[in-house]
Design a protein around this ligand. Structure first.
Ligand SMILES: C[S@@+](CC[C@H](N)C(=O)[O-])C[C@H]1O[C@@H](n2cnc3c(N)ncnc32)[C@H](O)[C@@H]1O
Length: 296
C-alpha cells in the first residue's frame, strides 16, 4: 500500500509535518492572491454545477456537497470534526448552515490563528473551535463526534490505518465520515507514476501515495466502517482544474525567472507549477477527485 511511515516512526512523521507546515506557511499569500477570499476561506478545489456563478461560489459549494452526505438529519448540538480544517472556511459554513458544533484541527499554527480570528469576526466562537492537533492521534475522547469530514487533507495522511482507526474511535455509533480528495483511477506505469509524483511534489504531498477505490475501501473496512461509497466528482471540479492550469501557464515563466535568480523558494515555485503538473495527470485519466464516505 506504500504507506511511508510505519507506526511509531516519529521522525518520519515530524518530517512530513515540517514539510506540510512549511508549504502552507510559504504559500499562504499565493492562496490569498489567486484562490480564496474572506467569505469562503476555502483551501480546496471547489464544486461546479449548472447554478454556480463564480469561483468563490464553487468553493462554498464543495462544503454543501460534503455536508449533504452526512449532516442532514443531525440533531441540534451535534458535533462535527473537521480533520485538516485549513483556515476554517468549511467549519464556518457548516456552523452557519446546520445546527452543529464544529471542532477544526490543523497542524499549521498560522492557520489556527487565522481561523480563530475569523471565528471571532463572524461571532462563531462558541459554535466553532480550532486546535492544533494531528488527525491521526487526537486528544478527544471516544465517541466525541457525530460526523468527521476531511476536505483535501487526507492527501497528507501518512498512516491510513491509523487515520481510519482514529475516526472509528472518535465517531459515535452510526456516525459518518466524509472525505473529499484525489484518488487514483489505477496504478500506472513508471512514466505515469512520475507524472503523479510531480503533481504531489507541488502540494508537499509527495511522501504520501494516492489510493485507488479498492485500496481505500479495504482500509476503511478493516477499521470497521460499513456503507462505503466513493463518488467521482471530477466533472464538477474540472472548471477549477482548468482555472489553476491557466494560472500556472501565465505565472510559470516569471516564477521560473525569480526561482533561477534565487528570489523564489522551491516550495513557492512548485506551487505555481501545480496546475501544469495536475493537467498532465488528468489528461491521462490517472486520478480523479472523489467524495468517499462511510458509517460506523
Ligand atoms: C488543502 S488544506 C485543506 C483545508 C480545508 N479542509 C479546506 O478545505 O479549506 C489541507 C489541510 O490539511 C491539514 N493537515 C495536513 N496533515 C494534517 C494532519 N496530520 N493533522 C491535521 N491536519 C492536517 C493542513 O494543516 C491543512 O489545513
Amino acid at each position: 500500500m506504500n504507506v511511508p511511515v510505519e507506526s511509531g516512526n516519529s521522525i518520519k512523521r515530524e518530517n512530513i509535518h515540517d514539510k506540510v507546515i512549511s508549504y502552507y506557511n510559504q504559500t499562504w499569500r499565493q492562496y490569498c492572491l489567486v484562490w480564496l477570499n474572506a467569505d469562503n476561506l476555502g483551501i480546496h478545489f471547489g464544486y461546479w454545477d449548472k447554478d454556480t456563478k463564480d469561483h468563490s461560489q464553487s468553493l462554498t459549494n464543495l462544503n454543501r456537497e460534503v455536508a449533504k452526505r452526512a449532516l442532514d438529519n443531525l440533531k441540534l448540538g451535534a458535533r462535527v470534526l473537521d480533520a485538516g480544517s485549513g483556515v476554517g472556511g468549511t467549519a464556518f459554513w457548516l456552523a452557519e448552515n446546520y445546527p452543529v458544533q464544529v471542532m477544526g484541527v490543523s497542524i499549521v499554527d498560522k492557520q489556527i490563528d487565522i481561523a480563530r480570528h475569523y471565528a471571532k469576526l463572524r461571532g462563531l466562537e462558541t459554535k466553532v473551535k480550532f486546535e492544533k492537533q494531528d488527525y491521526h492521534e487526537t486528544s478527544f475522547e471516544n465517541e466525541s463526534f457525530d460526523v468527521i469530514i476531511a476536505i483535501e487533507s487526507f492527501c497528507y495522511c501518512y498512516d491510513r490505518e491509523k487515520f481510519f482507526a482514529e475516526c472509528f474511535r472518535l465517531l459515535k455509533p452510526g456516525g459518518r465520515f466524509v472525505i473529499c480528495d484525489g484518488f487514483r483511477a489505477k496504478r500506472g506505469n513508471n512514466e505515469e507514476e512520475a507524472l503523479i509524483k510531480n503533481f504531489l511534489i507541488c502540494m508537499a504531498a509527495d511522501d504520501i501515495d494516492l489510493l485507488t477505490e479498492e485500496e481505500v475501501s479495504a482500509i476503511a473496512t478493516k477499521a470497521g466502517f460499513k456503507n462505503l461509497r466513493l463518488d467521482n466528482i471530477q466533472e464538477n471540479i474540472m472548471k477549477s482544474h482548468e482555472r489553476i492550469y491557466r494560472m500556472s501557464k501565465i505565472f510559470a515563466p516569471i516564477s521560473s525567472f525569480l526561482h533561477m535568480l534565487g528570489l523564489r523558494t522551491n516550495v513557492k515555485h512548485n506551487n505555481v507549477l501545480c496546475g501544469i503538473h495536475l493537467w498532465k495527470v488528468l489528461e491521462k485519466g490517472l486520478c480523479f477527485e472523489g467524495i468517499f464516505s462511510g458509517q460506523k
